[in-house]
Design a protein around this ligand. Structure first.
Ligand code: SAM
Length: 484
């Protein structure tokens, strides 16, 4: 629970639940507990069933809610869900809305977790939308089971829009806020890679169905679409909000809002070992950043690393040439990239390296040369084999002959192909681990190329990846070495 102290100050889970008491109160919970060697009562956080039971018991104990969580659906983690609700409470207080609150939860899921918490905790009138008919059915049952039909209404979304359809049916509906926990991933592959063995194992079990976790373009495109639709319905919803799963996406969405001069603020939701972010925007005349400044957990100020990109021979010294050169070098390294921003004197490139292609380049070239030699020898061998095969009509005899041929080539100095010294074995091992690396991200970073005082500079920001910042430094070093 490394970041619990940074939880929202009113979050009841800032103090971790008392598992001993919970086991006494709920026989279902006592069945999943175990006592470790120090006598501490704990549960297996990697087991989705244990997470399901824990969430159910806490919902009952702390909110008097009876909730069914289907085994094939996301188990909502309560500290995070509560952090989001508490932040919305703060926003509403900042814009002085205290009574008759009406909220919209986009993608409410099978538990309708946000409407349930908002209704029992604050008596807000909540509307939940959902595209998944099965989740919607269970959500409706959960609402009825808790007798909250008067406070919570659900609506199926059969369109490809996010909120558009709500207002085409009725232009005058009004909500004080909307909230959303969008699906994070864009493809099964991305989802799978996020759980790849190349990454450190997650502390918590993995729950959720593809329809809950995947959306075209991932959360970034989902939120961009929501922002686009929000412009059309700017007066139907006072405060738009969304949860964001990746900090990098938060930065991009903030840039989008800034460039459209839309008032916004953001926050960090800290709980356990997981951090998520909240983004809020409005078209009304509220300076949200001023009213509710971003809340980030205190951390050391990290100075970004900035490098000078010197003038290149036979090239204009400008942003376009410099960024083209960077792209050429990334292409050479087989690093995937996307230009994510092109504004004035700045170009930002989001790069994802899945294989370490930059370190030990000299060794790799040597290895490639040897592999080429090996192929050549094999070719010679098979030519010889065919020749002898025809001559002798016997495979065994020809194979012996061809190995002698290799031997004689070895005598001529081609023998390196069959020798294995330590360095070669390392090279082979590193190639194998590179193959494994294909499963995950080695380095993801943002490269900002910008012009300042007639100089072109490269600023780097490490996002994630198994090789850490060191991997990014190596790539930058490679760019510097090849800047010619
Ligand atoms: C990550 S889950 C969140 C579920 C729940 N709100 C929670 O926080 O646990 C995202 C949900 O959004 C739903 N969804 C995706 N696109 C949607 C859309 N355009 N309109 C309504 N729901 C949508 C999915 O079916 C899924 O249940």
């Amino acid at each position: 629970m490394a970041m619990n102290r940074f939880m929202h100050p009113r979050n009841i889970y800032k103090t971790p639940p008392d598992f001993i008491q919970l086991a006494k109160d709920f026989s279902e919970f006592s069945k999943i507990t175990k006592t470790d060697v120090t006598g501490k009562v704990t549960i297996d956080f990697k087991d989705p069933q244990s997470l399901r039971v824990l969430t159910k018991c806490l919902l009952k104990k702390d909110f008097n809610l009876d909730v069914e969580i289907p085994s094939d659906r996301l188990v909502p983690t309560l500290p995070l869900r509560l952090n989001y609700i508490l932040w919305i409470e703060d926003i509403l207080a900042a814009v002085e809305i205290f009574t008759d609150v009406k909220g919209l939860d986009i993608g409410t899921g099978a538990c309708a977790i946000y409407p349930l918490l908002a209704a029992v905790k604050n008596q807000w009138l909540m509307y939940g939308t959902e595209t998944d008919a099965n989740s919607l059915k269970v959500a409706q049952e959960n609402i009825q089971k808790n007798n909250l039909q008067d406070l919570i209404k659900l609506k199926v979304n059969t369109t490809s829009s996010i909120i558009d359809y709500l207002f085409t049916e009725n232009e005058t509906i009004y909500y004080d806020f909307c909230m959303c926990n969008p699906p994070f991933y864009s493809t099964m592959m991305e989802l799978w890679e996020s759980r790849s063995p190349a990454r450190p194992p997650p502390k918590n079990g993995f729950t959720g169905s593809p329809q809950e976790l995947i959306t075209e373009g991932g959360e970034l495109e989902f939120c961009r679409k929501l922002i686009a639709e929000s412009k059309k319905y700017c007066y139907n919803i006072l405060i738009f909000t969304s949860m964001i799963g990746h900090k990098f996406n938060l930065a991009q969405l903030i840039d989008d809002l800034k460039s459209d001069n839309i008032n916004y603020t953001h926050t960090e939701f800290c709980q356990g070992r997981v951090t998520r972010w909240g983004l809020a925007w409005t078209f009304h005349d509220y300076d949200l950043l001023q009213l509710l400044p971003p809340r980030d957990k205190p951390r050391k100020k990290i100075q970004p690393l900035v490098f000078l990109l010197p003038e290149l021979p036979n090239c204009t010294y400008d942003l376009a040439s410099a960024s083209n050169k960077v792209k050429t070098i990334l292409d050479r390294l087989g690093i995937a990239y996307e230009v994510v921003e092109k504004r004035g004197n700045t170009i930002k490139i989001d790069m994802v390296a899945k294989v370490n292609t930059w370190s030990n380049q000299r060794r790799k070239r040597r290895q490639e040369k040897r592999m080429q030699e090996e192929t050549d020898v094999k070719k010679m061998k098979s030519n010889n084999l065919e020749l002898n095969d025809i001559k002798n009509g016997s495979f065994e005899i020809t194979e012996n002959t061809s190995s002698q041929h290799v031997q004689s080539n070895a005598e001529l100095g081609v023998n390196k192909v069959i020798e294995k010294n330590d360095e070669d074995s390392n090279a082979v091992r590193s190639t194998e681990s590179e193959q494994e690396g294909l499963l995950g991200i080695q380095v993801r970073a943002v490269l900002k190329i910008f012009k300042k005082d007639n100089e072109i500079l490269l600023e780097t920001e490490f996002i994630n990846g198994t090789l850490g910042k060191e991997g990014l430094h190596q790539i930058v070093q490679f760019i510097k070495n090849n800047w010619k």
